[in-house]
Design a protein around this ligand. Structure first.
Ligand code: PLP
Length: 393
């Protein structure tokens, strides 16, 4: 028998890390010394931040902090248990109903993260014998959730409606009694483009499938009061399962699934990531409620128009078409080239992350620029100049 010593693990880790390094895919953590805002200090250096998903500038908003502090005074910090044991506080129930009101849907259930929301919901709805059909560019948590479900998986090329249709045809023919779940995003996280929602919804309805729509990058940013793309398109009532996150434009932490009251009750009984996990601190739920209140208020409208003003300015300066989201990808291709470009920008004081495999396809490495409502027109001009200089190289 081979001795399974600590050095055996160590050898495995060393060779795995070496392989990652040789492929130009090493990742490292770089801590911030400031709040999440336009100017950050990271690794001791002051940088202009074009990397966060804090699109409305709410992550360091004093109103979120005071809402959290007031709740913290009332209910302490830790929640002590899962929602179903004794970890549901008034703040959690208030958050769930605030989300439902905001989304203008009958009910919602908050989760501790978007990852947990997907991992809890998809396997609760589908299992072996069912079919899950995903867009190729779906976020890792949607893919992992689909895999965990044990359902048969089919992937269609990004936004390719004829392939979605043929998968639906195949699924209804081959698995006539199966549940069929279509999973996609409304705004794609690494490309910033939009899903053809009306076509997707027409197709899933025609084949009697359900739609799980992840609006992580649309909530707060798109639609009236920031309700998302389905709402903007007037299609919200035709989406079966709405997902959104609270940690991006809403500047807090966590996520939700929204839809019917039955969906909420079902997930309380069946979503394992909800049932078997300690609930988030009540103070975080209180901050999320405040964030939604701001996003839906005139202050939220002002933040959205500042964000879209910045996005249009950047697109104009770089002679690009109209923006479709707050995400601006600059395709580089090679993994090492993307990292080097990001490092040169960093040396010039711009925090613009490179995104590589496995987050995007091999050879599809890119810079992922994100703008926020708090960037000034001067910030956008200086970014555009730095990017143009890099693109000419
Ligand atoms: C960030 C993200 C998630 C995960 O949400 P977290 O709350 O960060 O776990 C899910 N889907 C998409 C599209 C995302 O961009």
């Amino acid at each position: 028998m081979r001795p399974r010593s600590e050095s055996h693990l160590d050898q495995f880790l060393a060779s795995a890390l070496e392989e990652i390094h040789l492929r130009g895919l090493t990742r490292r953590l770089s801590p911030l010394q400031t709040a999440q805002q336009v100017r950050v200090v990271r690794d001791g250096r002051s940088l202009l931040n074009f990397s966060s998903n804090d699109y409305l500038g709410l992550a360091s908003h004093p109103a979120l902090q005071s809402a959290a502090a007031a709740e913290w005074e009332r209910s302490g910090f830790g929640s002590g248990a899962s929602r179903l044991i004794c970890g549901t506080f008034d703040a959690h129930e208030k958050l769930d109903s605030t989300i439902a009101n905001f989304k203008q849907l009958p009910a919602a259930l908050s989760f501790s993260s978007g990852y947990a929301a997907a991992m809890g919901t998809v396997p609760a709805l589908c299992g072996a014998g069912d079919v899950v059909i995903l867009d190729k560019l779906s976020h890792a948590c949607l893919i992992d959730a689909a895999r965990l479900s044990g359902a048969t998986l089919r992937v269609f090329p990004h936004n390719d409606m004829s392939r979605l249709e043929s998968h639906l045809q195949w699924a209804t023919k081959k698995h006539p009694s199966a549940k069929i779940l279509v999973v996609c995003e409304s705004i794609y996280s690494m490309d910033g483009d939009r899903a053809p929602l009306r076509d997707i919804i027409d197709l899933k309805d025609r084949f009697g499938a359900w739609l799980f729509l992840d609006e992580a990058h649309a909530v707060g940013v798109i639609g009236q009061q920031g309700r998302g793309l389905a709402d903007e398109a007037g299609l919200a009532d035709r989406v079966d399962i709405h997902m959104g996150t609270l940690g991006k434009a809403l500047g807090s932490h966590g996520a939700y699934i929204a839809g019917s009251l039955r969906l909420r009750n079902f997930l309380i009984n069946r979503a394992r990531s909800f049932i078997f996990s300690t609930s988030p601190p009540a103070s975080v739920a209180a901050a999320s409620c405040k964030a939604i209140e701001i996003a839906a208020s005139p202050d939220g409208d002002a933040r959205r128009s500042a964000l879209w003003r910045n996005l249009r300015a950047l697109h104009e300066l770089l002679a690009m078409n109209e923006p479709s989201s707050a995400i601006f990808p600059v395709l580089i291709g090679g993994e090492s080239a993307a990292v080097e470009t990001s490092e040169r920008l960093l040396a010039a004081g711009f925090l613009v992350p490179s995104i590589r495999f496995p987050t995007v396809a091999r050879g599809g490495a890119r810079l992922r620029v994100t703008l926020t409502a708090d960037h000034s027109p001067e910030d956008i001009v200086s970014l555009a100049e730095a990017l143009s200089a890099e693109l000419k190289k």
